[in-house]
Design a protein around this ligand. Sequence first.
Ligand SMILES: Nc1ncnc2c1ncn2[C@@H]1O[C@H](COP(=O)(O)OP(=O)(O)OP(=O)(O)O)[C@@H](O)[C@H]1O
Ligand SMILES: [Mg+2]
Length: 188
Amino acid sequence: MRDLSLHLMDILQNSITAKASKIEVKISADQVSDDIIFTVSDNGTGMDEDFLKQVTSPFTTTRTTRKIGLGVPLFKEAAELAGGTFEIYSAKNQGTTVKATFKISHLDRLPLGDITETMVGVILSKPETQWVLQLSNKKDEFSFDSYEVIDKLGGVPITEYEVITWVKEYIDEGIKFIFGGVLHEIIS
Ligand SMILES: Nc1ncnc2c1ncn2[C@@H]1O[C@H](COP(=O)(O)OP(=O)(O)OP(=O)(O)O)[C@@H](O)[C@H]1O
Ligand SMILES: [Mg+2]
């Protein structure tokens, strides 16, 4: 996979498939410890303990169309190749949290990619889901909550061109504000 935003897209697809009504993405970077941490939490169907133990194997999937599932194992591999760690927590009928850490300056750390495109893509595909994005860099924080936007829209759909264009610009600015100068690939 080319970048972290594409991995994120896969992990968010899992949360959508798990019928989550609220999906939260947190990305925090700490230049001092050299860590960037991705946390995705959902309130979807979750997994039981036995299934969870095998979920990082490519041969674990509830897909019926093919026998291997790669979203989770590939994200784990990307983290570990970049000197990071991977954890997944889940409880049946409660939800799932995926946490991946990467060493920012590691040569094999994938670039962030287009996080805005990933978020706008999932919002457009599931506008009824509550999408939360929190970014931080130890000094500053940024947050976006699709339900806060919807509340202020007085019935105009979030998928409306002008609205989603605003969302896109808002998240783009957040990424630049929080990660500009912190991740070399983001120009502030
Ligand atoms: N957030 C989640 N909530 C509930 N179950 C999950 C979640 N994430 C993963 N799973 C379970 O783990 C399995 C493996 O996930 P993984 O992303 O690795 O593969 P996949 O989604 O089956 O296929 P692919 O990602 O390659 O399209 C899924 O089939 C699903 O059963
Ligand atoms: Mg998947």
